[in-house]
Design a protein around this ligand. Structure first.
Ligand code: HEM
Length: 140
């Protein structure tokens, strides 16, 4: 069962990462679309469905199967796990910020530029690299 839990965990984090990387990319183009245009309205639907249909459910599944794996592997005091958890808590905070931005766009209240969202798009990549090194290499 321990390998099934880990496999379901990895599947969930792949879906979560896809949402964390694709959502800000949509916002890069949404920021340049005129308010009220068909393009802007289409982006609103895409952002809402990506967040609610994939992002949030896969984040919850990542946590459920991740904590279950932590319990089965009993890794609570391992330094690599604590470092990983710190990164994942940041990623969860970033997810909440994305959810807020989806709401801001949905209410036509966005004032940030496409360049801003280009930089925001790089954030999850940095955490992804750190998390995978911590959990696979276990450097400490
Ligand atoms: C949400 C909270 C998370 C918790 C509590 C958690 C916990 C764990 C645990 C306990 C394992 C098993 C480690 C082992 O095999 O010794 C694991 C495996 C793994 N986790 Fe997470 N994790 C979380 C999020 C993530 C995220 C966000 C990513 C990627 C971005 C990730 C990527 C992985 C990978 C790739 C493995 C398999 C490692 C291997 O088989 O060597 N995890 N996770």
């Amino acid at each position: 069962m321990i390998l099934w839990v880990k496999a379901l965990h990895v599947l969930a984090v792949i879906a979560w990462m896809a949402a964390l990387l694709y959502l800000p990319r949509l916002m890069v183009y949404h920021a340049d679309a005129a308010v009220g245009s068909d393009k802007s309205e289409t982006f609103k639907v895409m952002e809402r469905r990506l967040l609610r249909g994939i992002g949030t459910p896969s984040m919850l599944a990542s946590w459920i199967f991740g904590l279950w794996a932590a319990w089965l592997f009993n890794v609570w005091t391992d330094i690599w796990f604590i470092a990983k958890l710190a990164c994942v808590i940041f990623m969860t905070g970033y997810h909440m910020v994305l959810a807020h931005w989806v709401r801001v766009f949905a209410e036509d209240r966005n004032t940030r530029s496409a360049l801003f969202y280009r930089f925001a798009n790089e954030v999850p990549t940095l955490f992804l690299i750190a998390v995978v090194i911590f959990v696979v290499v276990k450097p400490f």
